[in-house]
Ligand binder design. Structure first.
Ligand code: PGA
Length: 251
């Protein structure tokens, strides 16, 4: 059976003190309760080093919200996969719609990021999802499958265990609107079937998270669905109690 992952994407929020306090609160609770789900925090990258020290013996995993597609060199402002690996960062988030839309990240660039992450032993949460326009023109499934297959097209068989997918409909991110559990489940099934065609039974082990306005009020219903293996949580992960309730809903 696939275990669940509950991941917190803090985006560009919280000052150092707020972030450190929230991380410590989450860490202490997760280590005390020994939840079955894996809990991952994706803080702003500037906090990764100090977080890593605080999470060394913790059950909480640490992830970077982005990484460079390049190995090293004259790329001002970028952070390489190797730098993340040296810091013992475990995960990289790749393909988030805010990067696809605000930074024009396309399939090719994302493929290079995926390759960099895998070569440097990082696990990946690969985000995909359709815009409202794509949904309304009934292209959602085609778009999402393309996003997944195009950027995950050069992965060696043994590397697929490093991949988790997050389906995040763009119209649901930060809007308070969520896909119904039925719709999310059916998109997850479509993704898994596409993966099955590509990599066979390995597809059954790949976790597919849902993201987009996940809150304590809707998490339980989402997690009841067999294809929903957890959540990538933005806004609600900034609130300690809400985030813990979401983890609890997955238990
Ligand atoms: P949200 O963000 O939970 O605030 O909708 C989710 C995400 O962007 O990962």
């Amino acid at each position: 059976m696939r275990g669940k992952i509950i991941a917190a994407n803090w985006k560009m929020n919280l000052n150092l003190e707020q972030a450190t306090n929230l991380m410590k609160d989450v860490r202490d609770r997760v280590d005390l309760e020994k939840f079955k789900s894996e809990v991952i925090i994706f803080p702003p990258s500037i906090y990764l080093e100090s977080f890593e020290k605080n999470l060394t013996n913790s059950l909480v995993s640490l992830g970077a919200q982005d990484l460079s597609a390049n190995i090293k060199g004259a790329y001002t402002g970028e952070i390489s996969a190797q730098m993340l690996d040296f810091l013992h960062v475990e995960y990289a988030l790749i393909g988030h719609s805010e990067r696809r839309l605000n930074h024009k990240e396309d399939h090719d660039l994302l493929t290079r990021k995926v390759n960099q992450a895998l070569q440097n032993n990082l696990k990946i949460i690969f985000a995909c999802g359709e815009t409202l326009e794509e949904k309304e023109s009934r292209k959602a499934e085609e778009i999402v499958v393309q996003q997944v297959l195009k950027s995950l097209n050069q992965i060696q068989h043994e590397r697929w265990s490093q991949i988790t997918i997050a389906y995040e409909p763009v119209w649901a991110i930060g809007t308070g609107k969520t896909a119904t559990p039925e719709d999310a489940n059916s998109m997850h099934r479509v993704i898994r079937e596409a993966l099955f065609e590509k990599i066979g039974h390995l597809a059954n082990d790949i976790k597919i998270l849902y993201g987009g306005s996940v809150k304590p009020e809707n998490a339980g219903e989402l997690f009841k669905k067999p294809e929903i293996d957890g959540a990538l949580v933005g806004g609600a992960s900034l609130n300690y109690l809400d985030f813990i309730k979401i983890i609890n809903a997955a238990e």
